[in-house]
Design a protein around this ligand. Structure first.
Ligand SMILES: NC(=O)c1ccc[n+]([C@@H]2O[C@H](COP(=O)([O-])OP(=O)(O)OC[C@H]3O[C@@H](n4cnc5c(N)ncnc54)[C@H](OP(=O)(O)O)[C@@H]3O)[C@@H](O)[C@H]2O)c1
Length: 331
């Protein structure tokens, strides 16, 4: 089983090109995340019922954190949470409903977190949908832009108040190397005017993840909250479920043997998220893009400050951010 021909191709290009210019390797020792414990910290992982998200939740639970697995399908979520509790013996692991394709659900989730949690220390915006048909979210946003970017944009903003309550809290946005093929089309962010292109829509959403991170980092300066984005590597997960390549004979007999050395297990692909969430040497590091465990330069369009600022403004309008924040502040 191989995830997706397109993402694999992007990874091959990325690997050949070194995945962007290496800017910094912060690791002081060892090849992966440190052994840091996170006892007393509260973590939220979106899309945690499977793939990279589930492995991220598993590791952070092993480190003693309170882990909230935020998923749209409660049966899958409860099953995954039970598995994490069973394997880690951490009973502070909870399944909680969050459908990122619904601003109503995002607000309900955030309201309940704001009510029940003293603080949120680590937010991992991991969930995504890739190359689905031309679907719309409940609020009529194009599904990939809506879930991968707008949903996390709204969620993060509604949780910021709780994140600012802890010292050195961290927001991690799981993007993709696919952002290098992305363009932000401000005239038609939601694919209402042009012919739908499911690959381009995914790439736009993943570019939006990096731009959102950069603009958020600026806005969070001096608050103690940091944010970084990452490419986890190509992993054998359910992400390719809409591509036709997922579990196809071509994929398993031709592509998989050719690319086996590039394709990671979900556990391996979870290491960058875990690293950015726990490693001590990353305290204060913000607004950076990591390819795996190393800071790399993202694509030039991901570094454009005006695009990042404009994307923030347009996203805030689309999700009615000011109204949502006022609603939350009201007694
Ligand atoms: N796998 C790779 O090769 C690869 C490469 C680059 C980047 N990434 C990134 O890594 C992250 C994790 O992907 P993965 O490979 O682990 O994929 P995955 O196995 O398909 O997991 C995606 C998760 O997102 C959830 N999700 C989808 N739509 C949602 C919604 N509306 N509301 C809440 N949750 C929703 C899924 O829930 P359901 O199970 O209910 O659908 C699932 O839990 C994504 O951001 C992806 O873009 C992955």
């Amino acid at each position: 089983m191989l995830t997706n021909k397109y993402v694999v191709a992007a990874s091959v290009v990325g690997t050949v090109l070194g995945g962007g210019i290496l800017l910094k390797d912060y690791r002081r020792s060892g090849n992966g995340p440190s052994k840091a414990m996170i006892t007393g910290k509260t973590v939220i992982v979106t899309g945690a019922n499977t793939g990279i998200g589930k492995e991220t939740a598993m590791d952070l639970a092993r480190r003693g954190g309170k882990v909230i697995m935020a998923c749209r399908d409660m049966e899958k979520c409860e099953n995954a949470a039970r598995e994490v509790r069973g394997q880690t013996l951490n009973h502070n692991v909870y399944a909680k409903h969050l459908d990122l394709a619904s601003t109503k659900s995002i607000k309900e989730f955030a309201r309940s977190i704001r009510k029940e949690e003293e603080h949120v220390d680590i937010l991992i915006n991991n969930a995504a949908v890739m190359r689905c048909p031309h679907w719309k979210t409940e609020d009529n946003f194009e599904m990939q832009f809506g879930v991968n970017h707008l949903g996390h944009f709204l969620l993060t903003n509604l949780l910021l108040e709780k994140m600012k309550r802890s010292v050195n809290s961290r927001i991690i946005n799981v993007s993709s190397l696919a952002h290098i093929a992305g363009e932000i089309d401000f005239d038609d962010l939601n694919w209402e005017k042009k012919k739908y292109n499911t690959k381009a829509a995914y790439c736009q959403s993943k570019l939006a993840n990096v731009l959102f991170t950069n603009e958020l980092a600026k806005r969070l300066q001096g608050t103690g909250v940091t944010t970084n984005s990452l490419h986890p590597g190509v992993a054998d997960t359910e992400l390719g479920r809409h591509t036709g390549m997922h579990k196809s004979t071509f994929s398993s007999t031709v592509l998989a043997p050719l690319f086996w050395f590039l394709v990671k297990s979900p556990k391996e692909a979870a290491q960058p998220s875990i690293y950015l969430a726990v490693n001590e040497e990353l305290a204060g590091i913000s607004g950076k893009y990591f390819n795996g465990l190393k800071e790399k330069e993202p694509a030039p369009q991901a570094l454009d400050e005006e695009t990042a600022r404009r994307l923030w403004v347009e996203s805030a309008k689309l999700v009615h951010l000011d109204d949502a924040l006022k609603e939350f502040e009201a007694p």
